[in-house]
Design a binder for this molecule. Structure first.
Ligand code: ASP
Length: 327
């Protein structure tokens, strides 16, 4: 008899411990948000703002750790392989949907190595150039590009990043090859663009609004199908208006945990995310920079996962048709 019951007792004790652990989560222990790009860029910015907004509902410190490199796959891989205890999470962008096609052989599986916690925001990109670039609108930019074939540098946040995707699609659209200059994020790339070390870049409006406003870079177009409404960006034309057919690149960010994180912890995190996304300071900041904060069903884990899967299906043929993937 004893032999039969012992494992059951052990199982009951384990289950009680798991549920007690989940109940006390986070129990004052700090939670780390891994940002797979360098500090100072748009993913870093949204993660830091989110960390602030999550502090109250989670009742603990939320810190940001930049694990940059390889177009966002180093940080994603770190979280994919982390202990699934709710103390290390990932903030990542559209790369979760484009990396599987843009880059072969990523060391993790987007669909099965993560728990999806909900989407955060959606941000269009802007096509920007160094301040000394002798063009003051999109048409002049295209003229300059055609006169400088073979000499143009285009910064990005590494192969597989959003700026890589946008930059490759732009080169394909204008039919001119440019030299890609990879950084660990568009934070450091922006410093070089302002300094004139690189010529052009695509980056999220959350990172470009300030430098466009202060005229530290030149802005040529937005990548959304409609013009934006923010004070700084409202006069920028869309690439579609400028004749680049179907150009529509918008960058979502989402929150992820390692696969196997206990359901009760996932619920605590999703509940906290929903509260954070309603934080008026968070919303105000995001909206002033051209981002849309997620409030709809995409904040639900199942919908988030469905959305990423649909984005993989959307981008895969486009990336392949444009021939812009990296073997
Ligand atoms: N904007 C970057 C990208 O191109 C990422 C970043 O630095 O946040 O993917």
């Amino acid at each position: 008899m004893k032999k039969v019951f012992k494992p059951l007792v052990a199982l009951a004790v384990m289950a009680a411990a798991v549920s007690a652990g989940a109940q006390s989560y986070p129990g004052g222990k700090p939670i780390t948000l891994i940002v797979p790009f360098a500090a100072g860029g748009p993913t870093d910015k949204v993660a830091r703002d989110l960390a602030e907004a999550l502090r109250k509902p989670l009742g603990t410190t939320v810190i940001v750790d930049n694990a940059a490199g390889a177009g966002g796959s180093i940080g994603a891989n770190r979280v994919a392989k982390a202990n699934p205890d709710g103390y290390m999470l990932l903030v990542h962008h559209i790369g979760m949907a484009t990396m599987p096609t843009l880059v072969r052989n990523i060391p993790f599986k987007v669909d099965s190595d993560f728990e999806y916690l909900g989407m955060i925001n959606d941000v269009p990109m802007t096509l920007i150039g160094k301040p000394s670039l002798p063009a003051s609108n999109y048409k002049e930019l295209v003229g300059w590009i055609n006169q400088n074939k073979g000499k143009i540098n285009l910064g990005n946040a590494g192969v597989g990043s959003a700026s890589h995707l946008c930059g490759m699609l732009f080169q394909h659209a204008v039919g001119v090859d440019m030299t890609a200059v990879p950084y660990k994020g568009t934070g450091p790339a922006m410093t070089d663009l302002m300094g004139g070390q690189i010529d052009l870049m695509c980056d999220q409006t959350t990172n470009t609004t300030g430098v466009i406003e202060s005229k530290k870079v030149k802005a040529f177009a937005v990548t959304s199908p409609k013009r934006l409404h923010t004070a700084v960006l409202k006069d920028l034309p869309t690439l579609q208006e400028m004749g680049v057919k179907d150009f529509n690149v918008s960058i979502f960010h989402g929150l992820y945990a390692p696969k196997g994180t206990p359901p009760a912890i996932l619920k605590t995190l999703n509940d906290a995310l929903k509260v954070a996304l309603k934080d008026p300071d968070f919303i105000k900041r995001e909206e002033s920079l051209g981002a849309v904060v997620m409030t709809d069903k995409r904040v639900e884990p199942a919908e988030h996962k469905k959305f990423v899967a649909s984005e993989i299906n959307k981008w895969s043929p486009l990336i392949k048709a444009a021939g812009v993937y990296v073997e």
